[in-house]
Design a protein around this ligand. Structure first.
Ligand SMILES: NC(=O)c1ccc[n+]([C@@H]2O[C@H](COP(=O)([O-])OP(=O)(O)OC[C@H]3O[C@@H](n4cnc5c(N)ncnc54)[C@H](OP(=O)(O)O)[C@@H]3O)[C@@H](O)[C@H]2O)c1
Length: 396
């Protein structure tokens, strides 16, 4: 693949990681759509080569005809030379392309600390090594707004939050930011930190390739609802009656569910189409050393989200309770939901807001599409139609 140029309006080449994931995949599609070329570093999975995975993804985006603009390189950032042959590495080095590092282990579980730290912190050695060896003109890191840490109300657009983190994911993302900043500053490699909040599907089409975060709550509620609908159909509603659950003549399931949260908060959500537009603008206008919050001006309060869930799932009875829940005996459906949402609880009770001056400047004040009920329903209808992503399992 020939060398790229960074001149605006001319064809460019980027090195991209994480292209088999949700954000990286959408970024890949948008960069190709506007005519850029990509060198994609990634890995094979379940016996499917990186090349096949990317081809499957391009087909999903209807971009099979851009395949010739993509070079795929199976890599392992924990191994010397990113795990590629000396010859291949030499070609990567010679490209001197800007790098977008979007690969990350996005799980929250403490039990997976070692793997998450390997992926999010130790792997940086390989990709930053490539930035150094290729004298990359820019290193863009896709981080998370929550790398700011939990102990703040207004999070500034400044790197590597310190203090407390809600989970190992946030902690390792903040550590990665600090490592990138130190490395790039020492070697005079211009860098940016692009920090999205919580990303959901396309606000215009409802399409998505991942169904966690916002989707996970709706899917959990749907799962609990279906237990009782099934009980009503097959067991004359015996368990439902025991648990105070009933189906009315309009088909609405009355499902009393108290959700206990430490405090009133809101969910900072942005659709993937906004993430992509904002990121393209940031890549074009990037200022070295800048942090960009790709976050919403208008976080969604939980009461409104609960009402969206009730309408979508045809249920009634969600109640949000704030403050200590000690001593409260949970009903069986409440206990089940409580277990499901445990890992996400800090985000449901989040009071942080995010300064967005850099992003507003780079994007010309581009507004984040609001999460209206219509957008929500479009996204959830799509999620249900693809069985929360199960249909994609063998494609990419
Ligand atoms: N989704 C969100 O709401 C959100 C919000 C804020 C920030 N972010 C950030 O956005 C970036 C992408 O997130 P996402 O939601 O797109 O995640 P995702 O769908 O889980 O995709 C993660 C990507 O990283 C790759 N990856 C994971 N572990 C790896 C490893 N050890 N070595 C090489 N590649 C590895 C995955 O490759 P495989 O496909 O081979 O596993 C995949 O391409 C991350 O940096 C994340 O922190 C996401």
């Amino acid at each position: 693949m020939s060398g790229g140029t960074t001149d605006k309006g001319r064809e460019r080449t980027f090195v991209l990681t994480g292209a088999t994931g949700f954000l990286g995949g959408h970024l890949m599609a948008a960069l190709l759509e506007r005519g850029d070329r990509l060198v994609i570093l990634g890995r094979r999975s379940k016996g499917i080569s990186l090349d096949e995975r990317i081809s499957g993804y391009l087909d999903w985006f209807g971009l099979g005809n851009r395949r010739d603009r993509v070079e795929t390189v199976e890599s392992d950032f924990l191994r010397p030379l990113c795990g590629v042959s000396a010859e291949r590495y030499e070609a990567l080095r010679g490209g001197s392309w800007p790098i977008i590092h979007c690969a990350s282990d996005t799980r929250f579980f403490e039990l997976k600390r070692r793997e998450i730290t390997d992926a999010n912190v130790h792997s940086l050695k390989g990709i930053l090594g490539l930035a150094e060896d290729s004298r990359a003109p820019f290193f863009h890191y896709v981080s998370t707004a929550y790398a700011a840490g939990t102990g703040r109300f207004l999070c500034p657009e400044s790197p590597g939050g310190s203090g407390e983190f809600a989970n190992v994911y946030e902690e390792t993302k903040a550590r990665a930011e600090r490592d990138i900043m130190a490395f790039c500053t020492r070697l005079s490699i211009p860098f940016t930190l692009i920090r999205p909040s919580i990303v959901y599907g396309d606000s215009r089409t409802g399409r998505s390739t991942r169904f966690n975060a916002l989707y996970f709550h709706v899917k959990s509620l749907q799962f609990i609802r279906d237990i009782y609908l099934n009980d009503v159909r097959t067991n004359a509603g015996r368990k439902s009656r025991e648990h105070g659950v009933s189906l009315d003549e309009n088909g609405i399931l009355h499902l009393p569910l108290r959700i206990f949260l430490p405090q009133r908060g809101s969910l900072n959500l942005v659709p993937i189409d906004y993430f992509v537009s904002a990121s393209l603008a940031i890549l074009d206008q990037a200022k070295a050393g800048f942090v960009y919050h790709v976050t919403s001006h208008d976080p969604k309060n939980l009461e409104e989200l609960a009402a969206y869930c009730e309408s979508f799932l045809k249920i009634k009875g969600i109640e949000l309770h704030y403050g200590p829940s000690s001593g409260t005996v949970l009903s069986p459906p409440e206990a089940l939901l409580d277990r499901f949402i445990e890992a996400y609880r800090p985000y449901l009770a989040d009071m942080r807001s995010f300064d967005r001056a850099h992003t507003d400047q780079a994007t010309g004040g581009l507004r984040v599409p609001g999460l209206t009920y219509e957008n929500f329903k479009r996204c959830m209808d799509y999620a249900v139609a693809v069985n929360w992503g199960q249909r994609y399992k063998s494609s990419f």
